[in-house]
Design a protein around this ligand. Sequence first.
Ligand code: GLU
Length: 473
Amino acid sequence: MTDAVVTRFAPSPTGFLHIGGARTALFNWLYARHAGGRMLLRIEDTDRERSTEAAIAAILDGLSWLGLDWDGEAVHQFRRASRHREVAESLLASGDAYLCYATPQELEEMREKARAEGRPPRYDGRWRERPASQAPAGVAPVVRLKAPQEGETVLDDKVQGRVSFANKDLDDFILLRSDGTPTFMLAVVVDDHDMGVTQIIRGDDHLTNAARQMQIYEALGWTAPGMAHIPLIHGADGAKLSKRHGALGVDAYRAMGYLPEALRNYLVRLGWSHGDKEFFSTQEMIDAFDLGHVGRSPARFDFVKLESMNGHYIRASRDADLVAALEATTPYLPPGGGDPIAFDDETRTKLRAAMPGLKERAKTLVELLDGAAYLFAKRPLVLDAKALALLDAVGRAHIASLLPRFASLETWSAKGAEAAVRDYVEETKVKLGQVAQPLRAALTGRATSPGIFDVLEVLGREESLARLQDQAH
Ligand code: GLU
């Protein structure tokens, strides 16, 4: 066990838990669990205009659904503003930060000048050495870091390797705004330090922020946590992830019928590898996870792969667990064709009995539920076009002939029904399919379903005979 590893997941609650955030959370969680350490949660709600309670609730819900728990109470960054201010003031006192009275017009001129000269817009340090006695009247100052102007700031990143930034390209950025509120840059450093974070794992869109944050650590004389910036997720075509590619909230994946354990397995392989191994139990993930095998190029999000992985998880799940997953997920799934299913004991028993046949053919819970629709369909069944075509005069005649044979079965089982059909097929010299397909159409209203003998058994004697009777003429 490594000594006291502490990671954190630090979402900004300005939207739902999107898929990239979920992967960041997963990597932090795995890294901490692997080391026997802790993963903390920090809600970065300093953007008061864009942060919402609904987004916080959605993020917590998404994490819980994925099975990612955090240690201790979530920290709300906004509530720590006075502590952030205190640290900024200590930097002022030590001379590592200064008050800047530049007006919005001056800043705009600076930007214009930089643009004209083809340089990135940077603050020019004009208040670095100027005493506050020269402060113009009526301008509330901001606090800026007195950042090093020469040399470089180096990150030893566990994913990106050694990354260096020329200090002349990083300006004296703001720590406290003129209204006294802390900037994101300052708040992240103070919180990570106070929370005892030892390892940061986040998207590589924060790489430049990391350099600036290192400068704050240095000015404060604090030891910076380890850094690991993971490449962002791209779409299957290599372009930046958009909605069409899957840049959706985790809740959307739940509504598409993915199992959380399948999504988690898919996400861990998105940018991290362990040889060729594809499937990981939770414990296997925890045991194997390391930052050394996080790739440096963007991972590609592939719906087809996710779907096939989900199908694998569905087939490998226990029947009772799938019934429970359906029950838990149905409120989030799009309404299917049939009436909504009420989950009572009878429903659960039916689903469970039908599950071995159903789970073989479903890649998502949506498909699973759709496949189960026949169990709950009301007589007389609504037949789809293909089923209707199968129930022509010949098909109906087979059903009529089979009915008394089924009715006289002593015990009702898939085996018994199969024997009856096989006898009939042999005597009448027709192909099994010519009989099985009309049976399927009459019993399920569709041309595809689980094995027809299983369907007969699961529906039971009374319901099966009644559905067949409905179509026998
Ligand atoms: N709140 C930031 C975000 O959601 C993450 C900041 C960090 O991890 O340091 O992108």
